[in-house]
Design a protein around this ligand. Structure first.
Ligand SMILES: *[C@@H]1O[C@H](CO)[C@@H](O)[C@H](O)[C@H]1NC(C)=O
Ligand SMILES: *[C@@H]1O[C@H](CO)[C@@H](O)[C@H](O)[C@H]1NC(C)=O
Ligand SMILES: *[C@@H]1O[C@H](CO)[C@@H](O)[C@H](O)[C@H]1NC(C)=O
Ligand SMILES: *[C@@H]1O[C@H](CO)[C@@H](O)[C@H](O)[C@H]1NC(C)=O
Length: 345
């Protein structure tokens, strides 16, 4: 009885040991990083394709589901972006004026690792230096695009400090709905040189990266290219408000209201800045306030005051990341004209 018990204990211990060793074997399976990391430029002005291959040591291990952790330095946000994917390719937006830095790890799961996720201790890395082509000091500056009242887009830029005479600038753009880059349809010329592009009639999808490149040539060599990536809904400048109305109410109230510009700009997204100038016999004051309403009421207005208003608008940050202020409207005043100098009796 005693010996049987000892035997069974011994057998159980052996089994446990074997199981444990098998378990160890699985967990100890070293995970190698992927191979053949490459970054391909299909000519989409910074939208680059990253590819890699599975680690050679795992190619024939079909029972081990592989996942990859891709990390790339996002120069727009100045931080690493981390993505997990089962695919062996990923496309991301890069600023071609900066270095491209990419790392990929292998992650294993499933029966191979007893259900836990095991990450390779090392990664494969690729650092691609920005191609420093073009003459120093010839990159354009202050590139800005405006989506005028959500009707048409214009982009403008200033010349670099060392722009050679007879330089010819060119602007190219690309977004996901275009097969290949396109050139500016109509350049804006100022002082004989190209300073912008008028995209009237060109459709830009919103909530999509639009990539621009301003490059060019000169008798002394190629100009240094500038790359910009933006989303068109963040470039809106509402039209200038044209219709403002003033009316007096009971108890000497003064009410100013205005109409939002016609067009596609969503009215519920607009916020307004109202500039109120008040002239009184004892002096002038000027106040500004921001409101979501299109009406402002002054409780009581005295005869000897003159109140003037102008408004401007932009899209609220609840709707878009940013927006340009519209131009100030014309001024509307009550009384409309000063027939005689305001002075106290
Ligand atoms: C596998 O994982 C399960 C759950 O965590 C655990 O109970 C079991 O002992 C593990 N097996 C091995 C062989 O490590
Ligand atoms: C852009 O072009 C359109 C049509 O050609 C014209 O109506 C508009 O005024 C131009 N805008 C600018 C800012 O040049
Ligand atoms: C400017 O960029 C476009 C688009 O990448 C390219 O096709 C063109 O050759 C470039 N021009 C110059 C002068 O470098
Ligand atoms: C806004 O005002 C500027 C300066 O007066 C003018 O050049 C521009 O055309 C105006 N823009 C609009 C959209 O009215």
């Amino acid at each position: 009885m005693a010996s049987y018990s000892w035997l069974s204990h011994h057998a159980a211990l052996m089994l446990l040991l074997i199981n444990w060793r098998e378990g160890m074997h699985c967990i100890e399976l070293s995970v190698d990083p992927p191979g053949d990391l490459a970054v391909l430029d299909p000519g989409h002005l910074g939208y680059l394709e990253i590819t890699w291959s599975p680690p050679a040591s795992l190619i024939n291990r079909a029972e081990c589901p592989k996942l990859y952790q891709l990390e790339y330095f996002n120069t727009y946000e100045n931080s690493w972006t981390v993505i997990r994917t089962v695919r062996r390719t990923y496309t991301a937006q890069f600023d071609l004026m900066k270095d491209v830095r990419v790392r990929v790890y292998t992650l294993l799961s499933g029966p191979c690792t007893n259900g836990t996720l095991v990450k390779s201790t090392s990664y494969i890395e690729l650092v691609q230096k920005s191609p420093s082509t073009g003459l120093v000091g010839t990159a354009v500056k202050d590139f800005v695009c405006v989506f005028h009242n959500m009707e048409y887009v214009t982009c403008n830029w200033g010349g670099g400090p060392k722009m050679p005479a007879n330089s010819q600038q060119t602007l190219y753009f690309w977004h996901k709905e275009l097969g290949q880059t396109q050139e500016c349809p109509k350049y804006t010329i100022s002082n004989g040189v190209r300073s912008g592009c008028n995209f009237t009639g060109t459709f830009f999808p919103d909530f999509t990266d639009i990539n621009f490149c301003v490059n060019g040539s000169s008798p002394e060599g190629p100009l240094k290219p500038t790359y910009i990536s933006l989303q068109i809904q963040n470039q809106v400048m509402p039209a200038t408000t044209q219709k403002l109305h003033l009316q007096t109410g009971p108890n000497a109230q003064l009410e100013v209201h205005w109409e939002r510009p016609a067009g596609r700009v969503p009215g519920n997204c607009l916020e307004w800045e109202v500039k109120h100038n008040q002239e009184r016999p004892d002096g002038k004051t000027s106040t500004q306030q921001i409101t979501k309403k299109t009406i402002l009421t002054l409780p009581s207005v005295h005869d000897k005051q003159r109140n003037c208003f102008r408004v401007r608008s932009r899209l609220h940050k609840y709707c878009v990341q940013r927006s340009f202020w519209s131009n100030w409207s014309h001024e509307i005043c009550h009384p409309a004209t000063t027939t005689r100098p305001l002075k106290s009796d």
